[in-house]
Design a protein around this ligand. Sequence first.
Ligand code: SF4
Ligand code: SF4
Length: 337
Amino acid sequence: MADKLLKKENLDKLIRSVNASGGRVVAPTIDARQVVYKVVNGAAEIVFDYILPRNSYKEFLFPQTEVVADFKINKEGVELTGRGINPVETIVFGARPCEAASLASLRAIFTWDFIDEYYTRREDKALVMTVACTNGDDACFCTTVDLTPESTAGSDVMLKETAGGDYLVFPVTDRGKKFVEAHKEAFDGAAKAEAKKIFYPDKIEGVDLAKIRERLKKKEVYDDGAWAPLARKCIGCGACTYVCPTCHCFDMIDEGTAFEGERRKNWDSCQYDTFTLHASGHNPRDFQWKRWRNRFMCKFNIYPEKFSSKGCVGCGRCIRVCPVRLDITEVMEAFSK
Ligand code: SF4
Ligand code: SF4
C-alpha cells in the first residue's frame, strides 16, 4: 500500500512549498506545441497526458551551454578565473522510469577520471518524482533493455496514477522520504485507491543484449559490413544525441576578443563530422557510419563494460526525433545475430 496520496488539487500547494524553501519544480509543460520539461510555477502549467517530454531533464543538471571560467590575456600572461555554481534544489515532477534510470549513467561519466562538479553538485540537489507509465507508443522499449515502466532506479519518489487522476506516493530513497515529510501539508494520509493499469511495452523479439555485447567486443566489429547499410540514411544532425538522457559529450570553447572572454562548456555530438577531426586534418571517423558505430558501441559495449550502468534506457526519444527515422532497435536486432 502507498504511504501517502498526492491529490492533483494539492500540486499547487507542493510547488508553493518547494518555492518557499528556495527550490524550483521542473515538470512536463507545453512549449511551441510540444511537451517539454521546464520550470513551472503552478499546476496549471503542467501537462498530465504525455508519454515522454521531447527533451531530457538532463539539461537542468548538465546545461546545453554554461560559462565555466573567464579569461584575460595581458603582457604578464593569461589569467583564468573559474566560475563557481550554487545550484538550487530542483524537483523533477513527472519523470518516467526509463529516464530516471539514466542518472546513474551520467553520474558514472561525470565522476569517472575527473569529478565534474558542474554536474555532481546539480545532481546532488535534484530530487526525482517519477510517474509510472500508463501509456506508451511504438518507440518505447524499456522492457527490451531490462527496465520496466515501474522501475524505481534513479527515482526518489515513485508515483502511480489513480483512476481519479491523483497519485499514490511510494518514497524510494531516504531523500524522497524526507522530501514528503518536509512538504507534508501537500500530501494526504495512507491511500486506499487503486493504481491505474501500468503499460508494459512488448519486449522486442530478436534483440539480445548479451549477444550484442559479445559481437561488439570483437575487434573485427569495427570493420563489420553491417554498419554502413544500417546507418546510410543518417544525415548527422545530432538530434538523437541531444535528446538522449544518457548522451553526455561536450566541448570547451573560448569566446571573446584576443584580450578577454569566457570559457564555455557546450553540448557536443559524436554524430558531427568535426567531432573527432584532428588538427592535422586526419579524422578517424571519416564516414557517418563510423560515427553511428561509435554511438552504438558507446551505449551497448563501453557503458556496460566500464561503468556497469546502462548506455541506453529504451526511452525511444532518438527514434521519435530522428528526421530520417533511423531506429536504434533495428540496429540492435541486426547485431543480436
Ligand atoms: S539511445 Fe535512444 S532509446 Fe536509448 S536512451 Fe538514448 S534516446 Fe533513449
Ligand atoms: S537523429 Fe537520425 S539523422 Fe540525426 S544524427 Fe541521429 S540517427 Fe542521424
